[in-house]
Every structure is written in C-alpha cells, then in structure tokens.
Design a protein around this ligand. Structure first.
Ligand SMILES: *Cc1c(COP(=O)(O)O)cnc(C)c1O
Length: 413
C-alpha cells in the first residue's frame, strides 16, 4: 500500500487492510478527488500483450507516465517504451535504466534527438519527412561521421476511420511522398522500419488490415528492404457504448497481414499500445458538491482526470458509493467540474441513481489512460491523493466481469 496526501493539509486517508475498495475510501470522506490504482489490472494487461501479441509490444508512455505504472509494466515483461519527448525519455531512463526506448514522435527538437542518442542510448527514431531525416542524421553524427546503428521508422499516413480519436491529419507521409522517403531513409538506416497509427480506440481490427495495405503499396513502390513493421497504438479498451471485439481478433488480423507482406523472414513486428495497457489501471472517487436538476457539480473535471469526458464527450462508467445502496433507478446526469468556467463540463450522459445528492461519492472508472495523465492544478484544484485498491476495474478487456459490465454496456449514446 502506498499513498500521497499533500493536498491542503487534510487528514491522510487511511489505507490499512488489503482489500480496500472505492467504498472504503468514500467512507473516509475525502474532500479532494482520490485516484484509485489497480496494479493487478495493469500487470494482467502487460502479461496479455507479452504472451499473445505476435511480436514485440512496447508501451506508449504518453497514455500514463506514472513511474509506478512503468515499473509494473516492466515487472510483467514490457521492456520497450515508446517515448515522444525528451521529458519522457529522461523519465523512463531514470525509472527503468535497462529499458529500450524508441523515440516515435515524427517531429522532434534536434537537441532532443542528440540527448536521446548520446546520453540515453536511444537508437530507434521515427520520421515522416526528409527534413526530419536530415535532422536525425545531423543530431546523431559525431565529428562529421554519421551514426551506423540507427533504426529509423518511416511513419505512413493511414486512415482513422475505425477509431474514436483520429490521428490522421497531423503526422504521416502520404502516398506521393512515402516511396522517396523510404528510399532515402534506407541509405542511412542500419534497420528500416515502417510505422503508422490507426487512431486511438480502434473499434475494428480492419483498421489494421487497411493500414497494412498502405504499407504493402509503399514497400512495393519504393522497392526497399524493410526490417520492422510497427503497427503503432490504437488497441481499444471498453467504455459505455464502446465494446470492441476481443484483442485476439486484432492480433490475428495483424499477424495475417504481416505474414503476407513482401518483407524478409527476419523482419520484426512491433506495436505501441498505450490505452490498452493502462485504461484499467486507475479510476477516481469524486464527491458531489451540489445538485442542480440533472447536473451534478463534482470535485474533479476537465482540468483534472476528465479532459476527454469534457472535450470529446468520452463516456466513462460511474458507480455510486453509498451504503446502504440506493434503490432508485438510474437516470442520466451531466457533470460540472470544480473550476470557475463553463468549459469544465462533462456532458455524458452518466447513469447514476435518481436520488444522487450533495455529499454522495461515486467512482468514475477506466481513467488509467489519458485520464490521470492529463491532470493539472488549474484554479487550485489539483490533487495527488492516490490509493492502491485490490478490487476489479469496472470493465476489462482481459477478464469477464459479468456482474458489472452488462449494466452499463447498454448505455445510450
Ligand atoms: C498516442 C500514441 C500511441 C498510443 O496510442 P493508443 O491509442 O493509446 O494505443 C502509440 N504510438 C504513437 C506514435 C502515439 O502517438
């Protein structure tokens, strides 16, 4: 068990006992939102990818950079980390000194490339332009001698049609530019890779087979030898109204497409899951400070762990933490966060018992990916209260949670 409690000099939360759950936390009456973390859920996700993904699964650190989480993933077999900034490079190098780092942001500061290469031993970089290729070559040369140990991954632009969150417009070489870029990169790379990102929360394995067709076309057009195929992130988790096919279906589709590419037998298959490895890792316990009709004013929001709920109307499962349990039927609520602006609003709908009122606590689940990672201290509402709990997340891609899952899988969108 561990906990941090620096916020506002409040009484520390007690976490004695091994089977702490959300209701135990609620009973202690915390004034600030509390993050619940589930190391067993992250460990299970890591083991699943290590055992079942037909290649090497790295972890995309931006989804949740918590050092405790990085350590759990490492302990469960994830040895390679997709980093996107020098801050992430330093963080992972410090936390897991033996980890392999891949710098997969296609537009980097030259100083960041240089520090990553010379100080932290990073050898794998992605790029999507000749400009970035020149930058990488310059930053990794010493006394005018170019590096001879680079793995360079050319990022292709692919469709985000099957994904809930597009990553299609910002990065990636298009069909007209890919062949030349692959050819030029081949000249300076020790190993040449092709990578892409189908967008986050890809709801169909087809996203990957379609992207692999783009990869095939680029390989044929450029006639280069390719050593690495990196299918990126996008592996889904489960949220209200978003129940994807099992991850095995994604892995099978990817494996089949990989096997049919015109690449050498020794080529490697990589993936960069972020969300799928950490979505189940954490949730938050919040308190209702006021009710106005179907709107609940709660103590966390858009500037806390609920950025996606506010800005892209992401649906998260919620569960009232009250004893005895409410018998009222569930109705649809929207939430206001604690800051003083209208943007701090989560439309939902979120289903809670009709008698939910001020002073109630409830848990918001599945916030391990792009939830805790986005928290700020804006307007004085930051918190770092964290408690390790032993119960199951509200939903899972890795085990059947028959009791809880169906209740909110039927939420209307
Ligand atoms: C964000 C990102 C990931 C992780 O994406 P998920 O959808 O969370 O799996 C992987 N690779 C790159 C390059 C990314 O930008």
């Amino acid at each position: 068990m561990h906990q941090h409690h620096r916020a506002l000099g409040l009484a520390p939360l007690s976490t004695a006992g091994i089977n702490v759950t959300g209701i135990d936390i609620a009973k202690q009456g915390p004034v600030q939102p509390v993050t619940l973390v589930r190391p067993h859920a992250a460990a299970r996700a890591a083991q699943f990818f290590v055992e079942k993904f037909p290649g090497k699964a790295m972890y995309a650190v931006k989804a949740n950079p918590s050092p405790e989480l990085l350590q759990i993933l490492w302990d469960n077999g994830i040895t390679t980390y997709d980093v996107a900034s020098i801050g992430e490079v330093r963080l992972v190098a410090r936390t897991l000194p033996e980890a392999t780092l891949c710098f997969m942001h296609p537009v980097k500061a030259e100083e960041a490339i240089e520090e990553a290469y010379f100080t932290h031993g990073v050898r794998t970089f992605s790029l999507d332009s000749l400009e970035e290729l020149e930058k990488i070559v310059r930053a990794t040369s010493r006394d005018g001698v170019p590096a001879s140990d680079l793995t360079l991954c050319v990022r292709l632009r692919v469709s985000s049609d099957h994904s809930k969150l597009s990553l299609a417009s910002k990065f990636g070489a298009g069909p007209g530019e890919a062949a030349k870029l692959l050819f030029e990169t081949r000249q300076v790379a020790d190993a040449l890779g092709i990578c892409f990102h189908v967008g986050s929360q890809a709801m169909s394995p087809e996203a990957y087979s379609n992207a692999m067709e783009r990869v095939r076309a680029a390989i044929i057009e450029s006639a280069v030898t390719v050593d690495v195929i990196d299918v990126g992130g996008g592996f889904p988790s489960v949220y209200p109204g978003m129940t994807p096919p099992p991850l095995e279906a994604y892995f099978e589709t990817i494996h089949r497409a990989f096997e049919s590419l015109p690449i050498s037998y020794s080529a490697e298959l990589w993936a960069e899951p972020g969300r799928a490895l950490c979505a189940e890792y954490s949730s938050i316990v919040v308190r209702v400070e006021r009710r106005r009709g179907a709107e609940l004013y709660i103590n966390d929001g858009a500037y806390g762990a609920l950025f996606d709920a506010a800005h892209i109307d992401w649906k998260f499962p919620v569960e009232l933490l009250r004893e005895p349990e409410s018998n009222a039927k569930d109705v649809e609520f929207s939430f206001y966060g604690p800051t003083c602006d209208d943007l701090d609003y989560m439309k939902g709908p979120f289903l809670l018992p009709a008698d939910t009122r001020s002073g109630d606590y409830f848990e918001i689940g599945m916030l391990g990916a792009y939830g805790s990672a986005m928290r700020t201290a804006f307007n004085g509402f930051g918190t770092d209260a964290t408690v390790v709990v032993a119960d199951e997340p509200m939903a899972s891609m890795y085990v059947e949670l028959a009791e809880r899952q169906p209740a909110w899988n039927v939420v209307k969108l």
